[in-house]
Design a protein around this ligand. Structure first.
Ligand code: GLN
Length: 197
């Protein structure tokens, strides 16, 4: 199984390390040709406005939209979640998203870098103990449309993890805490989708 990691910006190396440790072959995706043959894709954390700009500059935005529409399994963390949201409520500089998740997100919803925090979250779909989640200038899912499903909320009830078909998004960063269950859950989707771009 080959999983692409969008590698234009952000913490793509951390995702690649987790995916390799779980037995996947990893391709760093910077150009449309590198999407060919991947069975799934991870969009890392970083800065979504920059990632959006680079994705368009490198000619990846349309191929990514087409792949998502065709059923490519994609897991986005933080900025990656923003990239997968159909609606970004407060994008800057004409920010666009790839879309696919029937949600609206608000960027930096918990405050600035200094307001970053860690907490434990119940994620019923993963089973087992709570997920230790790190939020870094994290977005919140402000509304979940009828096609998407909330997977986890923080203590005040705000949604921070969603799925829809072959797409998963989390406001937080399992790739930096040694928490592999989200990646495993994603890889199950990759296996059962049998998608090849
Ligand atoms: N605040 C960032 C953005 O808007 C996301 C931060 C992150 O990915 N850790 O893209």
């Amino acid at each position: 199984m080959t999983v692409g990691v969008l590698a234009l910006q952000g913490d793509f190396r951390e995702h690649a390390t987790v995916l390799r440790s779980l037995g996947s072959d990893v391709v760093l995706v910077r150009r449309p040709e590198e999407l060919a043959g991947v069975n799934g894709l991870v969009i890392p954390g970083g800065e979504s406005s920059v990632m959006d700009k680079l994705t368009r500059m490198f000619g990846l935005a349309e191929p990514l939209r087409a792949a998502v529409a065709a059923g490519l399994p994609v897991y986005g963390t933080c900025a990656g979640l923003i990239m997968l949201a159909d609606t970004v409520l407060d994008g800057i500089n004409g920010q666009q998203s790839i879309g696919g998740l029937d949600i609206s997100v608000r960027r930096n919803a918990f405050g600035s870098q200094t307001a970053s925090f860690e907490t434990d979250l119940d994620v019923p779909v993963l089973g087992g103990p709570p997920v230790h989640a790190v939020f870094i200038r994290a977005p919140v899912v402000e509304s979940v449309g009828p096609n998407a499903t909330a997977l986890a909320t923080v203590a005040d009830g705000r949604c921070v993890a969603v799925e829809q078909g072959n797409l998963i998004g989390t406001s937080f960063h399992p790739e930096i805490t040694g928490e592999h269950r989200f990646h495993e859950y994603f890889l199950q989707k990759v296996r059962s989708a049998g998608f090849r771009s």
